[in-house]
Design a protein around this ligand. Structure first.
Ligand SMILES: O=C(O)CCC(=O)C(=O)O
Ligand SMILES: [Fe+2]
Length: 317
């Protein structure tokens, strides 16, 4: 039988029928992540209407003329906010840029916040009025859902349930609407998204509108993972892998070009990269160090330091 990445009902955790059912969800989720680094999450409670309205606004932006979009590109900004054009991001160790353009929405914080130097204000496109309201509503909904997933993940490795709460409340998290345009040239070496691991703690991917996402299995094969419309894909990123000494693996994934005529269709997707607070120190958790799995990272690093290192590798900084 082909391997299958599990999809789980998070109502069992948020509104459990019994404490046993809640614990069973934690066990199932932990097992899925240990095996795959990926899981589907159903019954997440984010209204489909909000997801659809946000998608419509994002599509309307990407349909604007290139010159209009490029006005929202921040030169020297590392892509942290606003628009990043086609042809920039390149997967680590890849020779060919990804076939995508995207926008980054960050957390809204006060101008006098101590984090302001590394978390700049958002840009919003004037041409698409709904972009701001719908985009930020989706940001908050995914931030909340991600916090629930982190609660379950904490319990599974014997941390207090709220371990991540005060380490992510000012997380430098990013909502990234992506447009993969139709592929019109044959025989190009580029792919929509080259094989990579995500940098952050966890990623929540809402409604990838077409097939293409593939996840690498332990055996090294590529397993397609196209979630149902009502399912949000949640995967472990490199920061959580490092913090947990690889107990939770950050699994390599990619977005392949569709075969034949399907390549002429655009693809849209919206990942939310949930980050810790910039000053969070990523230091391997003692509960994740055992004689069989000694610490792989004796040196701690701040989330911000780690992020800057990684952005250079993918040619965003
Ligand atoms: O578009 C997708 O389905 C996944 C995108 C992705 O993996 C990423 O942006 O990190
Ligand atoms: Fe990714």
């Amino acid at each position: 039988m082909a391997p299958r990445i599990p999809t789980l009902d998070i109502r069992r955790f948020i509104q459990p029928a019994s404490p046993e059912d809640r614990q069973a969800f934690v066990d199932d989720l932990g097992a899925a992540y240990r095996e795959w680094g990926f899981a589907g999450i159903r019954n997440h409670g984010i209204p489909q209407g909000l997801i659809d309205e946000a998608y419509e606004a994002f599509k309307a932006f990407f349909a604007l003329p290139d010159a209009t979009k490029k006005a929202y590109h921040v030169a020297g900004g590392g892509g942290a906010r606003g628009y990043t054009p086609f042809g920039v991001e390149t997967a680590k160790d890849s020779r060919h840029f990804d076939l995508k353009e995207f926008w980054h929405i960050g957390r809204e914080i006060a101008d006098d916040s101590g984090y302001r130097d590394v978390m700049p204000p958002n840009l919003w496109p004037d041409e698409v009025p709904a972009f701001h309201e719908k985009g930020y509503a989706l940001y908050r909904a995914l931030d909340d859902l991600g916090s629930q997933v982190l609660r379950a993940l904490a319990l599974h490795i014997d941390l207090p349930e709220d371990y991540f709460a005060d380490k992510t409340d000012f997380g430098n998290s990013i909502l990234r609407p992506i447009h993969y345009p139709p592929i019109t040239a044959d025989d190009i070496p580029n792919v929509r998204a080259g094989a990579h691991g995500d940098i952050n703690l966890i990623t929540l991917l809402v409604g990838a509108s077409a097939a293409g996402l593939e996840v690498r299995s332990h055996e090294g094969g590529w397993v397609p993972f196209t979630a149902d419309a009502d399912t949000i894909v949640v995967n472990i990123g490199d920061m959580l892998q490092r913090l947990t000494n690889h107990v939770y693996p950050s699994t390599i994934h990619r977005v392949v070009n569709p075969p034949g005529e399907l390549a002429r269709q655009p693809r849209y997707s919206v990942p939310f990269f949930l980050h810790p607070n910039p000053d969070f120190l990523i230091d391997v958790l003692p509960s994740c160090i055992t004689p069989d799995n000694p610490s792989r990272y004796p040196e701690p690093i701040t989330a911000q330091g780690y992020l800057e290192e990684r952005l250079r590798e993918i040619k965003l900084a």
